[in-house]
Design a protein around this ligand. Structure first.
Ligand code: CP
Length: 309
């Protein structure tokens, strides 16, 4: 079934059956990634633009590769190399792309709500690839895809998310998505890195990392976002690692075989020890592969409307 929505701006308003549909489609898309010839006609005749106002490796490349694997015409705009650097507004940039026949605009922007503003002014479908500290829906979808592949389902899972929750759009989207799918999310962070409104999200806050990890099916470490952070939110990187870092001893508190996840990029030796990041329980590299499959699925589902599908 195609998605009825025009855009994917966050997981706030995406019901469980739509998440299920996206994940099921992504599972089918995975087979294309394993094929010798990565080329399908799913997006033939469609035009996809990535519009990134912030740096990215995984998200931007996976959207670009997903577009190419499915035969779309694709292009990238980075803010520094476009007319944005001359003062053009986001809406004018969007309207310009619309006039060029763009079917999907994928936007990453430092301001929360920028994708919503763009979506309200363009005919193209808009996908949020991360807006400030708000949401990163495609990251949460690929995380759920990875969990589902290993653990069989999402309902009833205990997912511990540890780290810089306050600055994390990944944490927010995962709380929304996992809660909708019936999982329990347990958050743990230094008190200065926990937003006060977190109690309203349905997630549980654990007082210590040991409490968070006890009995967890999944342990997700978040990146300490030094570039977003004012000084003084925790005493030092060394102290952060000592109190909240995921190491082998702490991981042993989780269920045997619990999955270790990280959205990347990682600060090795800070929020996660290298031997955990590279250990047998880690699915961090699989998350990257799932990212391409999820983005293929979304591009396909959002462009099927009106195609008689
Ligand atoms: N996880 C994530 O969004 O990574 P990038 O910043 O490399 O896209």
């Amino acid at each position: 079934m195609p998605l009825t929505r025009k855009d994917l701006l966050g997981l706030q308003d995406v019901p469980a059956h739509e998440i299920e549909e996206i994940l099921n489609t992504a599972d089918m898309m995975r087979s294309i990634l394993y094929a010798n010839t990565k080329k399908t006609p799913h997006l033939q005749g469609k035009s996809i633009v990535t519009l990134f106002y912030e740096n990215s490796t995984r998200t931007r490349m996976s959207f670009e590769l997903a577009s190419k694997y499915m035969s779309a015409a694709s292009a990238n705009i980075s803010a520094s190399a476009s007319s944005v650097s001359k003062g053009e507004t986001l809406i004018d940039t969007g309207v310009t792309l619309d006039q060029m026949g763009t079917d999907v605009i994928i936007i990453r922007h430092p301001m929360a709500g920028a994708p919503h503003l763009l979506a309200a002014h363009v005919k193209a479908a808009v996908i949020n690839a991360g807006d400030g500290m708000h949401e990163h829906p495609t990251q949460a979808l690929l995380d759920m895809l990875t969990m589902r592949a290993h653990l069989g389902g999402l309902a009833g899972l205990r997912v511990a998310i540890v780290g810089d929750v306050a600055h994390s759009r990944v944490a927010r989207s995962n709380v929304l998505g996992l809660t909708a799918m019936g999982a329990q999310v347990v958050l743990c962070a230094p008190p200065t890195l926990l937003p006060p409104e977190i109690a309203r999200t349905g997630a549980v806050v654990a007082p210590t990392v040991e409490d968070a990890l006890a009995g967890a099916d999944v342990v997700m470490a978040l990146r300490i976002q030094l570039e977003r952070q004012q000084r003084g939110l925790f005493p030092s990187v060394r102290e952060y690692c000592a109190h909240w870092g995921i190491d082998k001893k702490r991981l042993a508190l989780a269920k045997p075989g619990a999955l270790v996840m990280h959205p990347g990029p990682m600060n090795r030796g800070v929020e996660i020890a290298s031997d955990v990041a590279d250990g047998v329980q880690s699915v961090i590299t699989e998350q990257v592969q799932g990212g391409v499959a999820v983005r293929m699925a979304l591009l396909y589902l959002l462009t099927r409307k009106g195609a008689g599908a």
